[in-house]
Design a protein around this ligand. Structure first.
Ligand SMILES: [Zn+2]
Length: 311
């Protein structure tokens, strides 16, 4: 079995040997989903109570320091088994799934969530896990362990963006540079740049150029705020980059009626809005979704300016 098949088998096996995994994967089958039908594309709202840990995670330095790190090897549940890859990552089953097959992929060492020198690993993992989309949440963009480097991966053909990418209806500008396709999206609620190509070094170089430029916009942040989805198919990588300007929308910090506990991360950017509370699941309208993405995504005109100067 290749690594991707081994990972899928691990998800099945762990449901037989680990009660928490069994319970939560079984629970996912009954999870409620609503569709928000925008003009030309859909978003899904998923009511997933088990995700409260992640959505409401306190990720300020003080709270993080006060808790044992749940991704460090010595703190993993005794039932949890993993697959070692690339000599430095462990593929684990995510016991609080959003996807019917959902992995967490922590780095071996307890080291900060910073992508710059690990972007190449993301491409390698996407290639190894060909049945999955690998994703990265920045330390202030949805990662619930900003102190322990990790990726996640979800089974393909689950997030609406995959289908929308194939249709290409929302591509505003697309160019080819040295056989790397660089695509800017528009009118899709989220600000997105997509790299697609076969040359890993070229994708790395292009990402690095973009990253440096975004860094200058947010000098006070540990890294430019972003979410990313990476996948590999037919010997090509596809990487969607979502530049961000805000961690959580104002609705998150409200109390009572006005509060909506939605903490946007890669999966939300991919078109699945995760609401751990029933009241939020019910009251999340298209208008609210649009408002939330406008708050957290870097504005399209500013981003287009950067991209057009670079490529
Ligand atoms: Zn750790």
């Amino acid at each position: 079995m290749n690594i991707s098949e081994q990972a899928r088998q691990l998800i099945l096996d762990q449901q037989n040997e680990w009660e928490l995994a069994m319970k939560n994967y079984a629970g996912l089958k009954h999870v409620k989903t609503r569709k928000l039908a925008f003009d030309g594309f859909d978003m899904l709202v998923q009511f997933n109570p088990e995700r409260i840990r992640s959505s409401a995670a306190k990720v300020d330095a003080k709270s993080v320091e006060a808790r044992p790190c749940f991704l460090c090897r010595q703190n993993l549940p005794k039932e949890q088994r993993g697959i070692s890859v690339l000599n430095k990552y462990k593929i684990l089953v995510n016991p609080f799934p959003i996807f019917p097959e959902h992995l967490t992929i922590p780095y071996e060492d307890h080291t900060d969530q910073l992508i710059e020198d690990k972007f190449g690993d993301m491409l390698d993992l996407a290639k190894l896990l060909e049945d999955f989309t690998v994703f990265y949440n920045g330390p202030k963009c949805g990662a619930s362990a900003p102190d322990h480097f990790h990726f996640q991966a979800g089974i393909k053909r689950f997030m609406p963006i995959e289908h929308d990418y194939k249709k290409g209806l929302f591509f505003r500008d697309s160019k080819n540079i040295d056989r790397l396709e660089i695509i800017q999206w528009s009118d899709y609620l989220r600000t997105i740049l997509t790299f697609s190509g076969r040359d890993k070094d070229l994708i790395k170089k292009s990402f690095s150029m973009l990253f440096s430029e975004l860094k200058t916009l947010q000098p006070a942040e540990p890294e430019p705020m972003l979410n990313m989805l990476a996948s590999f198919e037919g010997s090509r990588w596809t990487v969607h980059i979502f530049p961000r300007k805000l961690h959580r929308p104002w609705q998150y910090f409200e109390t009572g009626e006005k509060q909506i506990l939605l903490s946007p991360a890669s999966v939300d950017m991919g078109g699945i809005l995760i609401t751990p509370r029933k009241e939020d699941f019910e009251k999340l309208t298209m208008h609210v979704a649009r408002d939330i993405f406008e708050q957290v995504c870097l504005g399209e005109p500013a981003f287009a300016g950067i991209v057009n100067d670079l490529f």
